[in-house]
Design a protein around this ligand. Structure first.
Ligand code: ADP
Ligand code: MG
Length: 586
């Protein structure tokens, strides 16, 4: 057997590289974080072929002195940990691993200067072998160039994906760093094409600066369709933009999370966000949001993962309850707001020449546009009197003008027109009412004049008996009736006009499925949701103008009425400006 030996430095660095660097985007992240730590005001990134052949990061930061240049590329050498402890970190880096690791698996050069002249110094490392330091023309700041990443570790090279995909990952990480550091200018060039270019706005306050940064990086839809939050709860601070429920996405890519100034990617946090929106979003859609969490350093451990993407919270349950509370209370204030994306979508449907740019950005979003397909302006002009017109200024959803296709209500607002899906809207109202009544123990019931007998399978009777008590708490009184049927005696008043048989069969299915491990809240939501669907006015029913207006007023005063229980919008709005665009008046 071989004798035990300490590994040579090159091998140690390559092993570390395996942890810190899994792909070009992680090298970019480490280099840009170094530039941020060095107080840079402007950071430029250039990548070629997905970062596989070349990465260059240039900054105008503090620079590295001649004496320290060699130390910078030495393992476990860092300028960021003076206090001998790692729980009080104010820098992004602290391991002193990135530069030596990158240098061990590429051809790397660092040019740097700490003074405002051109007399810089440079060092090169080729696959871990350091070359002599020599003078170079370089202004204040640092330029790190990385060529042929992973050329000395072919196994790693094989795991990389296409250039396009690796470029996309790089773009995403710069996007995140630029969102978080909105005082710094970023620019990213991928194969000679500008992918990101930000400008810092010197003369505005922090909030406005951040808003502009979000608009530059994610488009104005992000701001238009989200709620600004800024709340402190004990020692946790929450800041950012959280999307309104109809502004959802097909995955969690648009959930940007930063904890104490660090980019964090954490599955357990994605789950918490999902839970916060559970009540108003279909299970396969995800909220979009930007969230900054600030907390005392001892609440988090950042030293869990070498690339510091993950974090461990001292008390995740505590944080979870805080996030849920902050999100819920803010989403309530958004009330009935529906996503402007649906308006855009509607305008697109109507217009002959659609605005390509806007809609390209929306391409990866799958919209449910059933509601919009059979949209036509065939409203029979109801005469509305002056009184009604005046009223419309008081109400955001305006005054109902007509119903068309027995499914949609058209209303006039001060700013334009609103089209409401009557079934979706009513379903949401019934749902919220049922839930509210349930929690306040105020469900009004109605005894059926003729009780309804429903046949059920004998195999479920025994199981059902225990569950009927649960259902009765929702105002649905059902008794076992013989060996193969049940009898329905009472229903919540709000469901009086529904098809009793269908409702009860549906409910039985729901309660038999629920097992005790499910959370009570979840169960309540599901049962109310099933009932709401049955209690709602169907699409295809004629409505009187009074009924329509009644629905609109209720929507205005009901939280979350901008979307139905499945996250579909309950209404779309066309502003006069949009309509003018359609007719080429603008
Ligand atoms: P860490 O960031 O964990 O300290 P690195 O290997 O990334 O470790 O960097 C080592 C040291 O090199 C840093 O502590 C810093 O002093 C210096 N350094 C790296 N990049 C820059 C830069 N762009 N500007 C100024 N100093 C830098
Ligand atoms: Mg670093």
């Amino acid at each position: 057997m071989n004798k035990i030996k300490i590994l040579p430095d090159e091998i140690i660095n390559q092993i570390a590289a395996g942890e810190v660097l899994d792909r070009p985007s992680s090298a970019v992240k480490e280099l840009v974080e170094n530039s941020i730590d060095a107080n840079s005001k402007k950071i430029s990134v250039f990548v070629r072929d997905g970062g596989k052949t070349e990465i260059i990061v240039t900054d105008d930061g503090d620079g590295i002195s001649k004496q320290e240049l060699e130390l910078a590329v030495t393992r476990h050498a860092t300028s960021k940990l003076n206090e001998k402890k790692i729980d009080t970190l104010s820098f992004l880096g602290f391991r002193g691993e990135a530069l030596p690791s990158i240098g061990s698996v590429s051809e790397m050069s660092i040019k740097s200067n700490i003074n405002e002249d051109q007399n810089g110094m440079m060092i090169e490392i080729i696959a871990g072998i350091k070359k002599k330091i020599r003078p170079v023309n370089h202004r204040k700041g640092t330029t790190v160039s990385v060529k042929k990443l992973f050329f000395s570790t072919p196994a790693r090279l094989k795991f990389l994906k296409t250039d396009n995909y690796e470029s996309l990952l790089i773009k995403r990480i710069i996007q995140k760093l630029a969102l978080c550091n909105y005082d710094i200018d970023f620019d990213l060039t991928i194969n000679n094409k500008k992918a990101i270019l930000t400008k810092s706005h010197k003369n505005c306050d922090k909030k406005e600066k951040f808003k502009r940064r979000v608009t530059t990086l994610l488009g104005s839809e992000f701001i238009e369709n989200s709620i600004f939050i800024d709340e402190t709860s004990e020692n946790f601070k929450f800041k950012g933009y959280i999307g309104i429920p109809t502004f959802h996405h097909s995955n969690t890519n648009n959930q940007f999370l930063f904890v104490n100034g660090r980019v964090v990617q954490d599955k357990s946090m994605n789950v918490i966000f999902k839970v916060a929106y559970r009540d108003f979003m279909s299970y396969d859609r995800f909220p979009q949001l930007i969230l900054f969490i600030e907390c005392p350093q001892d609440e988090v451990d950042v030293n869990v993962h070498p690339s510091k993407n993950e974090m461990r919270f001292r008390n995740l349950n505590y944080l979870r309850s805080k996030i849920l509370k902050v999100f819920k209370s803010n989403l309530i204030t958004a009330g009935h707001r529906a996503s402007t994306l649906n308006t855009l979508k509607a305008v697109e449907k109507f217009s002959i020449k659609s605005n390509q740019k806007t809609f390209l950005q929306l391409k990866d979003e799958k919209f449910n546009d059933e509601n919009l397909n059979n949209l036509s302006h065939s409203s029979d002009n109801n005469n509305i009197d002056k009184q009604d017109k005046e009223n419309s200024s008081l109400f955001p959803l305006g005054y109902a003008k007509s119903q068309f296709h027995k499914t949609y209500i058209m209303s006039e607002t001060n700013e334009g027109i609103v089209i409401i899906d009557q079934h979706a809207a009513h379903e949401r109202l019934v749902y919220e009412k049922l839930k509210k009544d349930f929690f306040e123990k105020k469900i009004k019931t109605q005894i059926l004049l003729i009780p309804v007998v429903i046949d059920v399978d004998s195999s479920i009777i025994e199981n059902l008996e225990k569950k009927l008590q649960l259902v009765s708490e929702y105002g649905v009184k059902i008794e076992i009736f013989g060996k193969t049927s049940v009898i329905v005696r009472e229903l919540p008043h709000i469901l009086a006009n529904c098809n009793v048989k269908k409702l009860v069969i549906d409910l039985i299915e729901e309660v038999l499925e629920t097992n005790d491990s499910k959370s009570v809240e979840n169960e309540i939501n599901k049962i109310c949701s099933r009932m709401a669907c049955h209690g709602s006015i169907r699409a295809g029913r004629d409505l009187q103008v009074d009924e329509m207006n009644d629905l609109l007023r209720k929507m205005e005063s009901t939280p979350f009425s901008g979307q139905c229980n499945h996250g579909r919008p309950t209404y779309v709005e066309l502003k006069i400006g949009d309509i003018e665009k359609l007719f080429g008046r603008k």
